[in-house]
Structure formats: C-alpha cells, structure tokens
Design a protein around this ligand. Structure first.
Ligand SMILES: Cc1ncc(COP(=O)(O)O)c(C=O)c1O
Length: 405
C-alpha cells in the first residue's frame, strides 16, 4: 500500500542534514577509534561523589527536588552561582541575574528564540561551535565572522549579538588574550549590542590559567549587574554532561526574556539534577574534581600531538592548545579536503569532525577537529596512526598530490 502523503517538516529542517549525527554515530562503534565527539573521559566521572550527592539532594531537598520547579531554576543553586561569580568578579550579582538551563546548549537555543528573527545578523567567532549553529538554524540568521584583531563596531551595531568562546574554543582550542577581550568588550559597549560569552571549557586548563572572563571585565565593583555580556556556564566539563545543568548570567531584563522562552520550552529543567549539582558545588567538589582530572587530559593531548607529529605533519599543521578538548588541524596549502578524507578515515575505522560543519558558510573543507579527552593515550595514538594511513590512501588516490611532500 502506498504510504499516505503527510505534511512535510518545516522549511528549516528540510534545509539541514544529519551529518553531525552521522559523524558521532560512526564514532560510537566499538571497532572505531573516535577522535570525533566532544565527550569527557567516562572512566574519570566521579560516580561515588555523585551517588552521595544524589542521596543528600533527596534527603535535604525532597519533595522540592522531585517537582516542577521555578522556571528560573532551583533557588539554592541560583543563589550559589550568583555568590560565586560575585566573589570572583567583585560585582553584586543576585538571583535576578541567573537562569539555570538544561546545559548551556539550552541557553543557546533560548537566545535564538529571544533575539533572532528571520535574517537577523549574528557576529560569531569563526569557526563556530556547531551546536550553536544547530540551535540557531531554525531562526534562519545571517552571519559575519568575528575578527578579534579588529572588532567591527559598525557590524556589531547591526547585529543582534556577538557570539564568542574565548576560553579554549570549540573547535579550535584557542585561548583569546586579555587585551583582545577588553577590546571586544569596548566595541560591544560602543555598538549597543549583546555579547554572548560561552564558557564551557573554563575548567579544562591544561597550561596555566585563562585569566578574566569578559563578564568579569564588564562588571562594576559592588554594583548590580546590567551589562551587555550574557555569560554561559555549565557543569558538563567540571562534573559530568549527564546532569544537564548550565547557567546563564545576564542583565535582569535578559534573564526575564529567556525565562519566558524557557517556560514555553519545558516549564522547568530537572530540579533533581540541579539539586545534585548544588550539593556538589556547595562543597566546591566541582573545582577539586576538575583540578584532579586535568593531568590525565594533559597526557592525552600530549599523546595526540606527539603521535600526530610522527604521522600527520607532512599534510597538516596545528598549534598545541593550552586547554579544552580539541586540536584543530589545518591541511597545509589546502591540499586535503577533509570531507573527502573522512570517507578514507571510515575505511580505517577512525573518526574526526571535518571543518565544514563548523563553518556557517559550509565552505571550509580543509581542517579537522580532533578530540583528545575521550580515549586513553594508547587509543589516541592508534587513532592517529589510522588517520595517517587514511591520509596516505587519500593522497595515493589523487595523482596531483603524489610526491608533493
Ligand atoms: C562551545 C560550547 N558551548 C556549549 C556547549 C554545550 O554544553 P552543555 O553540555 O552545557 O549543553 C558545548 C559542548 O560541548 C560547547 O562546546
């Protein structure tokens, strides 16, 4: 029987594809070495501490932790975030400056709902976190690349917001120096737009510390916060991604708008996981835990970079990232198309993420994001060797490249 003709999905969904899901699904196969995802090391998850915190959360916060809660989030955690950021920055943040979300991914989605109408301009750090591009796609924005060296105030004035990941960006791992942060803030203030500072990798500090957030530069000591920086934080890297707890710190008017959007999205996030996160963070466990796992990640990054120096350096170049989860590799002279290389990598059973998915124009096909946090150093080395073999086969299939290096 012929299947009935049913209504088509909305236009934005027809205009997109599931390429990201495909990359990630392939990486999940047991015979594949995945250097693709952005996941922490599962064996480093603090299972016992979370077990104990879950018990405390229920002992202390039931039934509130088991109900729908305030749209803005579990009040003790909102207060704790306000207090922490006040202590760190010198500002006087209150609960009115804080919204809790289901990971910072939800905050990105809500920002799209609140700020973007069809065709509106976003000035985004490029290459751009693909989750942000995904979150905003249904709103059909237009994009301009953020130039950190020369912030374009005129473009900012036309934009709904500027989007930046100054700490160990996804996908590049780049740490933006302090003078560029202050220059960006100055232009944002002059232009009158919003600045979204997305900071999931804050605790992934492998070499030294990143210094002050842009939010910290935007506050006035002891004063209530009403500035243009919308700061996004999360427990996904400092604790575990499965709690799905993130926070937005912003001017009260922006928190009110985001709260309206969140109410229409899910009524409230899980009070239970917010209560568990509260129990862990109130003791400072997230900070202790992050500091404890950093050496393992440093070892993995170094394993990746040293093996890559043996097998990939004829065709790719990269900088060793001072933090985060990724090494961003660029094909020398744009000789290798990484969308194409991916097909050879599949044959060798190794996964990475090609640069095209991080480009809002989709045209950059000469880079790849390589993750170093998920697998052991030995597995990472094996993955790099497989990648080396995939490159060899790619090169031999292209007569014009043979003998070039
Ligand atoms: C730049 C960036 N923003 C936001 C997120 C989403 O994080 P969360 O797990 O808090 O939703 C990620 C996740 O990897 C990310 O890399």
């Amino acid at each position: 029987m012929a299947s009935p003709k049913r209504p088509e999905p909305a236009r934005w969904l027809r205009a997109t594809n599931d390429i990201t899901q495909q990359f990630l699904a392939f990486g999940g196969r047991p015979d594949v070495v995945s250097l693709a995802g952005g996941l922490p090391a599962a064996e480093l998850y603090p299972v016992e501490a979370i077990q104990a915190a879950a018990k405390r959360a229920l002992d202390r916060h039931a039934p509130a932790a088991l109900e729908y809660g305030a749209v803005e989030g579990f009040p003790p955690l909102r207060r704790l975030i306000a207090e922490r950021f006040s202590a760190e920055t010198g500002a006087a943040f209150t609960e009115a400056n804080v919204l809790l979300t289901s990971g910072s991914m939800q905050a990105l989605d809500l920002l799209g709902k609140v700020l973007i109408d069809d065709g509106d301009l976003i000035v985004a750090q490029a290459p751009t976190y693909l989750g942000a591009l995904d979150a905003w796609r249904p709103r059909r924005p237009s994009y301009l690349a953020l130039d950190w060296k020369a912030p374009d105030e005129a473009a900012f004035a036309r934009a709904k917001f500027v989007y930046a990941v100054p700490n160990y960006s996804n996908p590049t791992g780049v740490l933006v120096p302090q003078d560029r942060r202050t220059a960006l803030l100055k232009s944002v203030l002059a232009s009158g737009t919003w600045l979204v500072e997305d900071d999931p990798y804050l605790t992934m500090q492998l070499d030294g510390s990143p210094g002050r957030s842009i939010l910290a530069h935007a506050v006035e000591r002891g004063r209530a916060y009403d500035g243009p920086v919308i700061y996004l934080g999360t427990v996904s890297k400092s604790l575990v991604p499965g709690l799905r707890v993130g926070w937005t710190i912003a001017a009260p008017e922006m928190i009110r708008s985001l709260t309206m959007a969140k109410q229409a999205t899910d009524l409230s996030s899980s009070m239970l996981t917010q209560a568990v996160a509260f129990e862990l963070m109130a003791e400072g466990f997230d900070r202790e835990h992050s500091a404890a796992i950093v050496p393992a990640y440093r070892e993995r990054r170094d394993a990746l970079c040293s093996e890559a120096a043996l097998h990939l350096k004829d065709w790719f170049e990269w900088e060793v990232p001072p933090g985060g989860m990724f090494v961003w590799m660029r094909s020398k002279g744009n000789a290798i198309d990484t969308d194409e290389l991916y097909r050879f990598a599949v044959e060798e059973k190794v996964a990475f993420v090609p640069s095209s998915v991080f480009d809002f124009t989709g045209r950059d096909r000469y880079g790849m994001r390589v993750n170093f946090t998920r697998s052991s150093p030995e597995t990472i080395r094996e993955g790099v060797r497989r990648l080396g073999r995939a490159i060899d086969t790619y090169v031999s299939s292209r007569p014009q490249l043979k003998g070039q290096r």
